[in-house]
Design a protein around this ligand. Structure first.
Ligand code: 13P
Length: 250
């Protein structure tokens, strides 16, 4: 049985006061969350404050990105060892905003996946197609390509310590959610691909849906057999909404 994971991607939002208030709200509502694991991924600069607030709680935290290198002359970057030093459990890699705004290609994403694992972090690998790609019926080939680069670099065994988030680009921050059937179809495709490589790894890996997930659509999405939780953007910035999704996850 896969434990649902509900992870908040705060993106570039909030200051220290916002983060503190948001975490107070989340911590105050945890008693109503039955089985889901919760995690938040704040902007790097807020991680120390988040780490001290969440230490000793069941809520985990992670980075939204990391560099491919472990240290050195890479101005402006943050490395896996630094995230680990601040108690991170997770690192998001290959978010579509990183791919499209910062030119991260599949090769860089695969290196970041490895850099996370090398430092004891669990990568949350994001995959997903654009609107044009869906219109061209290219969803599966895009996801195949995005997964294959990581599989070729690190092997199927590496997915025993990873999470995959399916985030259709057209659903991110748009208020348009994939229907549960559409999302399930892609999740089943991803799991089916992994089954062909290692059935045990495929059965254990958590596949999250991301893209305008909200308290009122989360239950139906997470009820799908291959959807094991959510990677939440906008709705993770309000404790009530984030908790609402966590409760819907069971
Ligand atoms: P929204 O929930 O705001 O659509 O963002 C999803 C996302 O990109 C999470 O990584």
């Amino acid at each position: 049985m896969r434990q649902p994971l509900v992870a908040g991607n705060w993106k570039m939002n909030g200051d220290q006061a916002d983060a503190s208030k948001l975490l107070d709200g989340i911590l105050a509502g945890l008693a109503d969350v039955k089985s889901a694991e919760l995690a938040v991924c704040p902007p790097f600069i807020l991680i120390p404050a988040v780490a001290s607030k969440l230490a000793g709680s069941p809520v985990k935290w992670g980075g939204q990105n990391l560099d491919t290198h472990h240290s050195g002359a890479y101005t402006g970057e943050v490395s896996g060892p630094m995230l680990k030093d601040f108690g991170c459990t997770y690192a998001i890699v290959g978010h579509s905003e990183r791919r499209s705004y910062y030119g991260e290609d599949d090769n860089v994403v695969a290196m970041k996946f490895g850099a996370a694992q090398d430092n004891g972090l669990t990568p949350i690998l994001c995959v997903g197609e654009s609107l044009e790609e869906r219109a061209e019926n290219a969803t599966e080939s895009v996801i195949n390509r995005q997964l294959d680069e990581v599989l070729d670099a690190h092997g199927i065994a590496s997915f025993a310590n990873a999470v995959i988030a399916y985030e259709p680009v057209w659903a991110i921050g748009t208020g348009k959610t994939a229907t549960p059937e559409m999302a399930q179809e892609v999740h089943a495709y991803i799991r089916g691909k992994l089954v062909g490589l290692d059935a045990g790894v495929a059965a254990g890996i958590r596949l999250l849906y991301g893209g305008s997930m909200k308290p009122d659509n989360a239950a139906e999405l997470i009820a799908q057999p291959d959807i094991d939780g959510g990677l939440i953007g906008g709705a993770s910035l309000k404790a009530e909404d984030f908790l609402g999704i966590a409760k819907a996850a069971g």
